[in-house]
Design a protein around this ligand. Structure first.
Ligand code: 26W
Length: 812
């Protein structure tokens, strides 16, 4: 990374007020002068100065909500994948140029400071990034919204690629401090664990926790577009009540003296870096309860302070559960209402249900959280009682409903009785909410048909759809300034307030001059990415080739393997027929694998093995290049998305709840090659079937095949191209150092092929040749690319948030 070269700062007399303020901050807050200041000191001084401007607006926003007695929205999420904040915040405040000028007076380049800001990587993937887009949109729509989560000291691990293998290194985003945040020591809550529950004759229940930690609030301002509103992201950090046990210390037991502090701090130390398998560990449940309890206590305290009566909570607070990770909040609110506010069970239950909404983000069975009952009972004895009481009420309602038999009762129950008894968090979240939503139309339909079929029969109006969205400020204006400028020239800048205004671009798809300028922007983004990848990993890429990009978590259902096998088949074809008119391609992959997910890590190794072999083959030259880019994160996505020609969205139909990367690419003028899965279905509806390349089995076809008569061996043997590619990988062509490395992975395709890689292969390969043909017709490609941008406005997270606000939260 290039450190900003700080030349001597200008004399005080030549500095404007903002430059003076930044310099003053550097000296008085950071304690450095221009000679001693390192780049991170300038970054901190800049952020602290900008933050000062935000604080006023922050207070105005808070006071306005208070004065109006407005209903507030609380978004509870174990993940907020924010990325960097400086560029976003300046852009939303419309202060980018002003700050850049001020810094240049001081001899500092804003762009270089922006590049050294660490990513706040407090999330795994789509669910966490969605929460970050939602925070931005809530502020942009002037909604009083609070995000609640955990301030992990170590976020998503840093990925290094060592000889082709993923290595996980700790991520240390706080190493240089975090100038954005405010610690609120006065906003601290008691969080208990374990112990026992007693009752008195009057029926009052008392929980005596065996252990307790303190949750302390740390606030970060979330600035909306045009600085319209500043909301709060409140992240909790855990502290021991007694920082040190002095008696132990005095007796020479130094470890014992600090043991409580260590145990408390461990709670908020690290993000669980798994997005596909429920963690199952005690620490994860402790994290979930810790942040749920702190958040619910804070919400109830604020409500009572402002409005006096806890019974009006649903009129003044809407709490959204981002997946089941905060689902224990349902029991926590019940506990506070019954044990602390002395409401009866039924009244507490009505308030609870009216307050919560629950969003489901995955149908993968292995990702559905459930906790062993003995663990839940030991850690949260009072909540266990409440779960039983809720369950009794739920099952009573179920039994009184026509057509609900014993099998359905067992499926609806909050307790899974099959085998080791477990508490089902999805059922708890469903039962405790007035709204349960999916994140794309297809996903919502599948929720009704599969995991929630019986609960849906019991509460047929509860499930609703809210198709995901992305913020066009970060994912167009900031990551692709050249395209944003071109759009502004064409149709003005209203698209940043109302992204559907992008539709005014549609007529320009037929304007050859506009298409040329559009293509020039794409090309310059490709050159910039190529330059970055040359500097970072020594790659040489031809910007005239199709940039074909698959970046997302590595998971079998997302089928990076399908892409790699097709890459191998294409390589084989080019070598066999060098005379044909091949379309040059650059295949880019990036993404992290859960550290315990063996096959996903093997796919990363395969990508690197395939890349090494193909890139070194002189017979291929620039016709095909493959690269796995290390350490995928939000900031890397911001560089890769604007440079993509082709967006790979190729999950097994029915398995990707929505996808949001698909939206980012299309908004930046890439064409999608994809299955009819998740939001791809709706993207096709919006951009038009002619401007997207759809292939493969539908979700219904996948389900039908799975339930009978899928014979992957016959499929593989029926496709020459596929069997040759699988054979090459299986026999060690790409792994001569370990010829058997991929044998089991390939054998899995013959034996079960759960993700239907073979089943979709021929259709995928044909779709890729269709892409080649379209690419050669530059006018047609350019037209499609412009029409993608023009028709993606609906996928703004402003639209998504407006729908939540209207249909679920009852605000707006
Ligand atoms: C308990 C472990 C765990 C952690 C996270 C299991 C599952 C998850 C998430 C559900 C994973 C996730 O990020 N899901 C993604 O959510 C996005 C936002 O709605 C969707 O666009 C993606 O399709 C979905 O995979």
């Amino acid at each position: 990374m290039n450190a900003p070269t700080v030349v001597a700062a200008s004399p005080t007399s030549e500095r404007g007020p903002l430059a003076g303020a930044i310099f003053d901050t550097l000296v008085h807050r950071i304690g450095k002068d221009e000679h001693a200041a390192r780049p991170h000191d300038w970054l901190a001084a800049t952020i602290l100065t900008v933050r000062n401007e935000i604080i006023e607006r922050w207070m105005v926003s808070t006071r306005a909500a208070h004065a109006a007695g407005a209903k507030r929205v609380y978004y509870l999420s174990l993940e907020f994948l924010i990325g960097r904040l400086l560029r976003d915040t300046l852009s939303n405040l419309l202060k980018t140029d002003e700050v850049a000028d001020a810094l240049s007076e001081l001899g500092v380049m804003l762009a270089e400071l922006e590049e050294i800001e660490p990513d706040a990587a407090l999330g795994n993937g789509g669910l966490g990034r969605l929460a970050a887009c939602f925070m931005e949109s809530m502020a942009s729509l002037d909604l009083p919204g609070y995000g609640y989560g955990i301030r992990y000291v170590n976020g998503m691990f840093r990925q290094r690629i060592d000889n082709g293998w993923q290595m996980e290194l700790p991520e240390t985003w706080l190493a240089n401090g975090n100038p954005w945040e405010f610690e609120r020591r006065e906003s601290a809550y008691f969080i208990g664990f374990g112990g026992e529950v007693t009752g008195n004759e009057q029926g009052a229940v008392h929980w005596h926790p065996a252990e307790a930690v303190e949750a302390v609030a740390v606030d970060t301002p979330m600035v909306g577009w045009r600085g319209r509103r500043v909301n709060t992201l409140r992240l909790w950090t855990a502290r021991a009540f007694d920082p040190i046990k002095l008696d132990a210390f005095n007796a020479g037991d130094f470890q014992g003296a600090l043991a409580d502090q260590l145990r408390a701090e461990t709670l908020t130390r690290v993000l669980y870096p798994n997005d596909s398998t429920a963690a199952g560990q005690e620490l994860r449940l402790r994290q979930e309860y810790f942040f749920s309890s702190a958040s619910i206590q804070d919400i109830v305290r604020r409500h009572v302070q402002y409005f006096g009566d806890v019974r009006t909570l649903p009129d003044k607070a809407a709490i959204q559960l981002n997946d089941t990770h905060p689902a224990v909040s349902v029991a926590e609110l019940m506990r506070l209402l019954i044990d602390h506010h002395e409401l009866g069970f039924d009244e507490a239950w009505e308030i609870t249900r009216a307050t919560f909404g629950y969003t489901n983000h995955t149908l993968l069975p292995e990702a559905l959280e459930s906790w062993p009952l003995p663990l839940f009972e030991r850690m949260l004895p009072r909540h266990m009682q409440l779960v039983y009481a809720i369950n009794a009420k739920l099952l009573r309602e179920a039994r009184a409903t026509n057509g609900i038999d014993d099998r359905a009762i067992a499926a609806i129950s909050l307790i899974d009785e099959g085998g080791e008894r477990r508490v089902r968090m999805a059922n708890l979240a469903f039962a405790g909410s007035h709204s349960v939503n999916g994140v794309a139309a297809l996903h919502t339909d599948l929720m009704k048909q599969t995991v929630f079929a019986d609960l849906h029969r019991l509460y047929p109006t509860r499930i609703n759809n809210k198709t995901n969205g992305i913020t066009p400020r970060r994912w167009l204006q900031e990551c692709n300034p050249a395209l944003a400028a071109l759009i502004r020239e064409g149709v003005g800048d209203r698209f940043l307030d109302d992204a559907t205004a992008l539709s005014e671009l549609a007529p320009l798809a037929d304007d050859a001059g506009f298409r040329d300028r559009f293509a020039a922007v794409k090309r310059s983004n490709k050159v910039a990415l190529a330059e970055h990848l040359r500097a970072e990993m020594g790659l040489r890429l031809d910007p005239n080739a199709i940039f074909d990009v698959q970046i997302k978590r590595i998971h079998e259902y997302k089928r990076q393997l399908l892409n790699l096998i097709e890459t191998v088949a294409l390589y084989d074809q080019i070598r066999s027929h060098p005379d044909r008119d091949w379309t040059p391609r650059v295949k880019l992959f990036a993404g992290k694998a859960a550290s315990s997910y063996y096959n996903a890590k093997l796919v990363i190794k395969l990508a690197n093995d395939v890349a090494r072999r193909i890139n070194a083959d002189p017979a291929i030259g620039d016709l095909l290049k493959v690269a796995f880019v290390p350490n995928y994160n939000v900031s890397l996505a911001e560089k890769m998305v604007p440079a993509a020609d082709l967006s790979e969205q190729i999950s097994t139909a029915g398995m990707e709840a929505s996808g949001t990367g698909n939206m980012k690419f299309a908004l930046n003028g890439a064409l999608t090659i994809g299955t009819l899965d998740g939001a791809n279905v709706e993207i096709r509806d919006h951009v038009g079937a002619d401007n997207i390349v759809i292939f493969g089995m539908t979700a219904d076809e996948v389900a039908a095949k799975r339930s009978g008569g899928y014979d992957p061996r016959a499929v593989i043997e029926g496709s020459r191209e596929l069997s040759q590619a699988i054979n090459a990988i299986s026999s060690g062509v790409f792994s001569p150092d370990d010829p058997y490395r991929y044998r089991d992975l390939m054998q899995g395709l013959y034996d079960h092929d759960w993700f239907m890689v073979a089943g979709d292969f021929d259709a995928y390969a044909a779709a890729q040749r269709d892409v080649d043909a379209r690419w050669r017709d530059r006018d047609a490609w350019g037209r499609s690319a412009v029409l993608n941008v023009a028709n993606m406005g609906w996928f703004s997270s402003d639209r998504t948030i407006a729908e939540y606000a209207r249909d679920i939260w009852g605000v707006m």
